[in-house]
Design a protein around this ligand. Structure first.
Ligand code: F0G
Length: 464
């Protein structure tokens, strides 16, 4: 078999910026050890997120030019609406400016005090929107999903027994929604199996709980089903996606991921009553229902991107490129989440930096060092992102301490990825020199975006 190649050629390029290690040490200090506070021009390889960072195709750029900017009834909206209906089979499509806007609308309507929203794992903005409504978000991830180095085919699955138990304990009436995140971004970018979705659906139907899908990476998840689940090898990704959505009552989607768009999202639904309530809020906060916070040109780019993303040459290359870097790291003994996920490599910071206790944010410390060594920007998915405090202000840590290196779609080539692996391996050999961090300033919600940190002066657990 030949090398799996990038299924595109490059028509337009963008420079990346080189800095020295000394410059990066100073930049990181000025950014208070928070990658979100570093200017993009000071980053060499930007793996902060795969969201809104895709390279659009020439076809999408042509669509941008053709976008219909009419306030009401734009042609671009109807193109977008038809595409989303075809993929999801859902009759009501509501555009939003990005995924979290769809979440905000949905949870403003169904959330509220005393309610629980259950999930395999909620993404940070999803959880924040749930909690902002007064409801509580509950992650019920399968056991293997919580073991970074134990490989399994569908580590994004929801724990069926835990779901049944939770419903029995709290009562179905307190659970207005179950939402499955595909792929499971906060837990390694791992897929959810069709079997799992069907089983969750059955329990939801028995208990009269609507099932939604957080569909940001639906194409990557569908391709994993094709590769790994019995009975799907000969189905197209479009067929698999259609089946997957057929079990859901609705979905939220960030078009900044599996639609190759730089902005956009939507809410898709079956229930007309709920849709009416959503549209009322939409008009107040996002815009008229045929543009929902987007320009006509964005709707056009999303419609085209949604079809391109299901191309199986693309998905084969996409999934292989994540596997490629994961294999290199595993061969060098670097602790990474296994198997490879769909959009990112996740380093296990607890194992990478065993000398840094969770209270000193080992993931964030590693993020800083990857930047200093190689100009690579990544993100912590651990106790800085998901940690809470108990009544004594003691940290309740997250389940895992991960560092995510998300690969933007169609942006970097194999040599960029080789470079990233080299830097990670270099940092791994010098890992004992990395110091823990402490927070000096933080917001009450979604603190990781703006928190300020410094290297800790308390090195009691330092093995050096
Ligand atoms: N759900 C999931 C699973 C996500 O990964 C994201 C965004 C959202 C919802 C919210 O979508 O950004 O369009 O408002 N994830 C980005 C990331 C930010 O870096 O993983 P949004």
């Amino acid at each position: 078999m030949h090398t799996i190649i990038e299924p595109f050629k490059i028509k337009s390029v963008e420079p990346i910026f080189f800095t020295t290690k000394e410059e990066r040490i100073s930049i990181l200090q000025k950014a208070f050890y928070n990658p979100f506070l570093i200017h993009a021009k000071d980053v060499l390889i930007d793996l902060l997120t795969d969201s809104g960072t895709s390279a659009m195709s020439s076809h999408q750029w042509a669509g941008i030019m053709e976008g219909d900017e009419s306030y009401a009834g734009s042609e671009s909206f109807f193109h977008f609406e038809k595409t989303v209906k075809d993929i999801t089979g859902m009759p009501i499509i509501i555009p939003t400016h990005q995924g979290r806007a769809a979440e905000k609308i949905l949870f403003s309507i169904i959330g509220g005090k005393g309610k629980f929203i259950v999930s395999n794992t909620l993404f940070d903005t999803t959880r924040a929107n749930i909690e902002f409504s007064g409801a509580e978000g509950v992650d019920l991830l399968c056991k293997e999903g919580k073991l970074p180095e134990v490989p399994a085919s569908f580590k994004g699955n929801l724990d069926i027994d835990a779901l049944k138990k939770f419903i029995t304990e709290k009562g179905a009436a307190t659970i207005p929604l179950c939402i499955i995140t595909i792929t499971n971004n906060s837990g390694g970018g791992h897929p959810v199996s069709m079997q799992n979705i069907k089983e969750v659906k059955k329990i939801c139907v028995e208990n009269n709980i609507p099932l939604f899908i957080d569909a940001c990476r639906f194409a990557e998840n569908s391709y994993f089903i094709k590769l790994r689940e019995n009975g799907y090898a000969n189905k197209s990704v479009a067929e698999i996606a259609r089946e997957l959505f057929s079990y859901a009552d609705g979905c939220t989607m960030s078009a900044k991921k599996d639609a190759f768009a730089n902005i956009g999202g939507f809410l898709a639904l079956h229930d007309k009553n709920m849709a009416d309530k959503c549209r009322n809020l939409l008009i107040m906060t996002e815009g008229f229902p045929t543009y929902g916070g987007l320009a006509g040109r964005d709707l056009e780019a999303i419609a085209i991107g949604l079809n391109e993303v299901m191309d199986e040459h693309y998905l084969q290359y996409r999934i292989r490129s994540i596997e490629y870097i994961t294999e290199k790291l595993v061969a060098a003994g670097v602790p990474v989440m296994q198997p490879a996920g769909g959009h990112a490599v996740y380093l296990d910071a607890k194992k990478f930096l065993p000398h840094i206790p969770v209270e000193q944010y080992p993931g964030q410390a590693l993020v800083g060092d990857l930047y200093v060594e190689g100009g690579i920007r990544s993100v912590e998915i651990g106790s800085l992102m998901f940690g809470k405090y108990d009544e004594n202000k003691k940290l309740i840590p997250a389940q895992m301490e991960l560092v995510r290196l998300a690969i933007p779609r169609r942006v970097y080539t194999q040599s960029h990825i080789d470079y990233v692996a080299e830097v990670i391996i270099e940092v791994f050999t010098k890992r004992n020199e990395i110091k823990g961090l402490e927070i000096i300033e933080e917001a009450p919600m979604l603190r990781h975006f703006t928190a300020k940190l410094k290297t800790t002066t308390n090195h009691t657990n330092d093995t050096k």
